[in-house]
Design a binder for this molecule. Structure first.
Ligand code: TXA
Ligand code: MG
Length: 354
């Protein structure tokens, strides 16, 4: 299949392009489109044959449920049976935006969307292209991240193409995604609302509306991972893996620098090419170290780090290094999501310091 790529204005999307892309969705085809978090691979959420194409293009198992994207809060009624007060408040506060709510599944929602669960994940994205496309399609749009299964989520059309060229008919190129990490997945069907996947809306922000919200369950062992996989499918520790091994260093700044330099020298002695994924401020420590350096922005600015994270991982992946050494970041605000993605990229290979 030939993949057509069309540039689209991310702020004022051209209506002719939106209409063209919507014809693909209406006729049961998939379309790659930008959202404020990452690029999505969308299909009409009510057409099972179209949903199958998502799984085929990604190489994703049917056991992993999809997020349904809507363009108005009113569309919630199509997807869920009861909308709690909590859900209404959260939608008021954070939609459109990077929050996905897990709600009781409505009877019309295809089983392919929910992987047989009795819950459904719903989000109203903030990106003008995403909103216009969903409206023009005239139906909610199911969309996972537009990467091959287990790979890093795409924050540009080029990333999506690198994974899906020849596997999808159409990619809308609206430039870089601003948030850079995926939406926060919040389970509102559990007894106590809990974050299943930290993301673009922070725990602190959620608690300002719903003080009870619980942080995600710490996932640091394979055993725990398998247990939890039942409740939060798709949250395996080996998600988001880059093609190259990544070692995550976690501790005080000094300890991280020291241990990373040490490991770097050891690897270089073995003749390995080493990449380091760091903050701007760390760069002086690694200059002249012989490492391929990828900076993500200031460590004091988690928003910046989040935006640059997946592009940074992909850049090192294609730089021809044998291993990536990466520092960790504080867990405040978006830091929780950043740490989660790095832990997953490391597949659990964390060097704990102190
Ligand atoms: O920011 C995002 O959420 C992006 C953009 C495209 O909107 N989408 C995205 O989709 O990240 P995906 O498929 O890559 O991740 C969806 C996550 C998975 O971890 C999946 O297991 C979880 O949401 N999920 C979906 N439905 C669920 C459900 N009913 N219960 C629990 N988790 C669910
Ligand atoms: Mg994904």
């Amino acid at each position: 299949m030939k993949t057509e790529v069309i540039k689209i204005d991310p702020v004022h999307p051209e209506s002719s392009i939106i209409e063209y892309a919507a014809t693909f969705l209406r006729s049961g085809e998939v379309v790659v489109f930008p959202t404020e978090t990452v690029y999505g691979l969308g299909a009409d959420a009510f057409q099972p044959a179209a949903l199958e194409r998502i799984f085929a293009a990604k190489g994703r198992p049917f056991s992993d449920p999809l997020i349904v994207h809507i363009a108005e809060k009113g569309s919630l009624e199509l997807l869920t049976v009861s909308i709690s007060e909590w859900a209404r408040h959260l939608a008021e506060a954070f939609w459109p935006g990077p929050l996905t709510m897990i709600l009781p599944r409505g009877p019309q929602v295809p089983r392919l969307v929910t992987a047989g669960l009795d819950t459904v994940a719903v989000r109203m994205p903030q990106h003008p292209v995403a909103l216009a496309l969903i409206r023009a399609a005239g139906s909610p749009v199911a969309a996972p991240s537009a990467n091959r299964f287990m790979h890093i989520s795409p924050t540009t059309a080029q990333h999506a193409l690198a994974d899906l060229n020849g596997r999808v008919p159409l990619v809308l190129d609206g430039g870089s995604s601003e948030v850079g990490v995926e939406s926060t997945v919040l389970d509102l069907c559990a007894e106590v609302p809990r974050i299943l996947r930290p993301g673009g809306v922070s725990l602190e922000a959620l608690r300002s509306v719903l003080p009870d919200v619980q942080p995600p369950v710490q996932r640091n062992s394979k055993h725990r991972d398998e247990e939890e996989a039942q409740k939060a499918p798709g949250q395996l520790l080996t998600h988001y893996a880059p093609a190259i091994p990544l070692l995550l260093f976690d501790g005080s700044l000094e300890a991280m620098h020291y241990a990373m330099l040490d490991e770097l020298r050891r690897r270089r002695t073995l003749g390995e090419r080493v990449g380091v994924l760091i903050a701007d401020e760390d760069a002086v420590v690694f200059q002249d170290s012989g490492a391929v350096i990828q900076t993500l922005g200031s460590a004091n600015n988690p928003k910046q780090i989040a935006t640059a994270l997946f592009a940074g991982l992909r850049a090192l992946e294609t730089a021809g290094v044998d291993v990536i050494l990466c520092r960790n970041f504080d867990e405040q605000g978006l830091g929780l999501a950043i740490r989660d993605r790095l832990l997953k990229a490391a597949g659990g290979r964390v060097v704990k310091l102190d």
